[in-house]
Design a protein around this ligand. Structure first.
Ligand code: SF4
Length: 216
């Protein structure tokens, strides 16, 4: 079998390295021809100091609109909070072609393609971490990373070539990474977490407030 080419970019719109995910996207595209249904690109300032890493596109959210955290339940808390702390020009993200801009901030996902039942397999996370590793290795301005949820956190740790066991996830924890980069953790802004109050608005604001304080 021919070995996969090394990943040397932060994004490839035609990537089909994860065959299960590629087949699933084909299936969803057949059911929803107007959906984006591809690897969702990072969104925001290419030279941002603040990088947010989410898990993966949601079926009717980023997978539909083509912009991270846009179009479903996950977006409102994230974007309204980014606006509150000066990282966005507006408090909501409506579509990939609205005029929202992120300020000194960029959002990407650990897994760029929609996984069935929102659950990527470990091999898929590790494969897509190649894009994240390239992005981190070529983003010399990044000073603070916010990982939303355990999987995003572990992907960031592995993208730096570090061991997961040395960096346990914990909401509102912060970790020192190579290059003076600070990694913050937050519970994911998912529908489940916000509806069950596992993650409240004030809890998320406390994390973003600390990020803003560090970058001030
Ligand atoms: S999840 Fe990432 S590595 Fe896998 S097919 Fe999509 S873009 Fe490629």
């Amino acid at each position: 079998m021919k070995a996969a080419a090394p990943i040397e970019s932060s994004y490839d719109a035609r990537c089909r390295r994860c065959t299960r995910l590629a087949a699933f996207l084909d299936q969803v595209k057949a059911e929803h021809p107007d959906y984006f249904c591809g690897p969702v690109p990072p969104f925001g300032d290419p030279s941002a100091r603040f990088l947010i890493v989410g898990l993966a596109p949601g079926l009717h959210g980023a997978n539909r609109t083509g912009r991270p955290f846009t179009g479903d339940w996950c977006g409102p808390l994230l974007y309204s909070s980014l606006y509150r702390y000066g990282f966005a020009t507006r408090p909501e993200s409506v579509s990939a072609d609205d005029d929202l801009a992120l300020l000194d901030c960029r959002i990407t996902n650990a897994v760029k393609c929609l996984p069935p039942k929102n659950k990527p397999e470990l091999s898929e996370i590790r494969t897509c971490t190649g894009y994240l590793a390239w992005e981190l290795g070529h983003s010399k301005d990044v000073r603070v990373i916010l990982a939303l949820g355990t999987i995003a956190h572990q992907a960031v740790v592995e993208a730096f070539g570090l061991l997961r066991r040395d960096y346990p996830f914990g909401h509102h924890q912060r970790h020192r990474l190579p290059g003076q980069i600070v990694l913050f953790n937050s519970y994911h802004v998912s529908r489940y977490n916000t509806q069950t109050k596992r993650l409240t608005e004030s809890m998320f604001h406390a994390v973003l407030g600390d990020v803003r304080g560090l970058l001030a």
